[in-house]
Design a protein around this ligand. Structure first.
Ligand SMILES: N[C@@H](CCC[C@H](N)C(=O)O)C(=O)O
Length: 258
């Protein structure tokens, strides 16, 4: 079978994007998804995203990590599927779509997408870290010397050590200015460092505010793959009106036989 696929990237987090409104794609085939995401044998990506019809919203997002397994919410992927929906002519400048963690609204302007994330009520203390779920689970830990930090090695130790088989994404963060932070992320399901993680940088911004490191209700986050802005309100001990802003670009269209 031959499939037309697209590649999108959101601050270096890259995804195979497939229009699956006809439901042709065998989504239960984990080996196929892992093959397509393989950077040596397939197309290569951190994840694969299916755009499908939804009964009440503009479309539905189904996300798979590069290990082939269906994942939790992907923030960068959410920004990319909004750009893809606009490219397909499904939406114009605003949308509301369904994802694994519920409905998301978003707006798109040129290559920038502003995505509303779910509210966050609970942040748990861990040794030298915080743990919270922004649609995916995230461990947030402040480190010094982030540039030379062995993210793959230390991230894997924490991901399997503290969080076991179900795991978590692991974010290491260093404050740059009062509202700017550098972040590097070990991503569950990729089982390596990625160039950015949208739900991860969202978790970092909220965690830094919770710890009193961030006084404003927004943060600029510098990831290896680019810069993202996170905005939020804090009301009744809940982080709400959380938005993730950044670039999302189509980088390739192709066909693959499988
Ligand atoms: N890169 C994504 C996160 C995708 C899911 C994550 N790997 C997990 O399994 O929790 C993002 O941009 O949020």
């Amino acid at each position: 079978m031959t499939t037309t696929f697209y590649k999108y990237q959101g601050t270096g987090n890259d995804f195979i994007m497939i229009d699956n409104r006809s439901l042709f794609f065998p989504k239960e085939d984990q080996n196929l998804v892992a093959f397509l995401c393989s950077r040596r044998f397939g197309i290569g990506a951190d994840g694969l995203i299916l755009l499908e019809n939804d009964a009440s919203l503009d479309f539905k997002m189904v996300y798979y990590n590069s290990d082939g397994k269906e994942g939790s919410m992907c923030g960068n992927g959410g920004r990319c599927i909004v750009a893809f929906a606009k490219f397909l002519g499904i939406i114009n400048k605003t949308t509301e779509f369904m994802a694994v963690d519920g409905p998301h609204s978003a707006s798109v302007n040129e290559n920038t997408v502003r995505l509303k994330m779910q509210d966050v009520e609970e942040l748990k203390s861990k040794p030298n870290a915080l743990y919270l779920n922004t649609g995916s689970p995230h461990h947030v830990q402040i480190v010094s010397g982030l540039e030379k930090f062995n993210v793959a090695k230390e991230g894997s130790k924490i991901r399997y050590g503290i969080y076991g088989e179900s795991g978590s994404n692991i974010n290491f963060v260093e404050q740059v200015t009062e509202d700017t932070f550098r972040v590097r992320t070990y991503e569950r399901g990729v089982e390596d460092e990625t160039l950015s993680c949208g739900t991860g940088v969202t978790a970092v911004a909220l965690a830094m505010h919770y710890l009193g490191k961030l006084k404003d209700n927004f943060a600029h986050i510098i990831a290896l793959g680019g810069q993202l802005k996170v905005e939020f309100d804090f009301e009744n001990n809940t982080y709400c009106k959380v938005h993730l802003n950044g670039e999302a670009k189509q980088v390739f269209k192709g066909e693959i036989s499988w």
